[in-house]
Design a protein around this ligand. Sequence first.
Ligand SMILES: [Ca+2]
Ligand SMILES: [Ca+2]
Ligand SMILES: [Ca+2]
Ligand SMILES: [Ca+2]
Length: 465
Amino acid sequence: MKRIPRCSCLPILAVLAACGGSSTGPADVVDASEVDYSVIVPPIDVLYPDAPADDGGTVDPGPGDPGGTDEGDATPADTGNDPGGFVYACTPLAVESCVTACGSAGMRKCLKTWGPCLPPEEFCGNCVDDDCDGLINEGCGTVEQCEPPKVECPVALIDVAEGTGAFTNDTLHLSGEGSYAQSGTVTKWAWSVQAPAGAAGAFAPSAADAKPTFLVDAAGQYLFQLDVWDDAGTKSCVPALAAITVDTFPPQPPQVGCSDGTREGFVDQVAYPQIAGCSGAWERPGITPATVVPTCGLKAGNSGTNAAGTGCSAPDLCATGWHVCNGWSEVAQKSPTGCAGATPPDAKPKSLLFALRQPSKSNSVCGADGDGTNDVFGCGNLGTGLGPDKKCGPLDRVLASMQPNSCGFNEAEPNLGPWECKGNDGSDLREGANVTKKACQGASCQYDGAPIGPSDKGGVLCCRD
Ligand SMILES: [Ca+2]
Ligand SMILES: [Ca+2]
Ligand SMILES: [Ca+2]
Ligand SMILES: [Ca+2]
């Protein structure tokens, strides 16, 4: 990239003063008086009450497990007030303005929490670095010369060999070697990143290296940040940023993914070519164990001829070439927005859960393959909210009981919904092995004034093979 004479590395208001009069246009420099700092608040976890349904449906009274036998669940059973969950601090997929780390006017999107504040594209009609890459008006051709910089601190510059886009499981090659100091040399680098929920990559060899690599294992938006120091110990006035969009690999044409030919979650097949929410019923128990396989020839689904789920298992809801998503890490790899976007915008509250295979032993903490069948996990708006302490990546809902023969969430179970978690003693530790969606046959349940049948209130999350 060609380096354009810089205006200044002073904070943005000083830049304004130095460059006054040359800024116009939509990506204009941010004036402090224009910035709504109230939007830059960290997401907060709040309690998620399992309130009675709108129709006054019954709520179990008990304070958790009367037998005291379930040491595994932190979430009390259907008490009508599920503690320990969280609600979204924002409306999933909502977008709002924000101020970037370099002071320009950015945008951020709500996922499980607010995503990173992404800088705008470089705007040529001003004298500032809008996209926070450390360069002013790069790529603008011949532009009005900005006042020469009065460099009082080193300037951080990021170069990403892969550009601004990558695919899941690519290794990014980052470089801060272009960073410079007018007096002296840059001797220290500090990288950080805001990554999608569930991303497990790290800077290698370290976040203090001038040219680290970074594995992007989850789909979605990454925002890398670099601060530098010169040999006098002076830190860069503003960090450099680099936004990278990571798409699901391999690129795939849209496909429904549900065996009945209709999607009810992640309904935009173009935006979500590798993950689908498939509503429907099943009567054979379980979703988490590997032994749970299709039993009705994929003849299941809410819009098929077998909406009652007769003879079917949970995997019968997924189309040929798809399978019930296997753990939160597969969701992180195959959905660019995590669980945000799983429910359509017009979905009623507590109306949809799309479950997956997710091992867990206790406390609704997500475990590794083969590591227990406690609780039923998924994406949607039905179930207790899964906060970051549960280590479930992007997953946002769980059905977790401390009483036998219950899924532990009032609106999921009869007489408000068709989810059932019945079994022998200790079934409250094995909901993932026992769960069915066969209650409410003949639309015999009712929620929010509407009849509910076995194929309502969600089904499974299907991932492309
Ligand atoms: Ca500019
Ligand atoms: Ca720039
Ligand atoms: Ca369907
Ligand atoms: Ca449980």
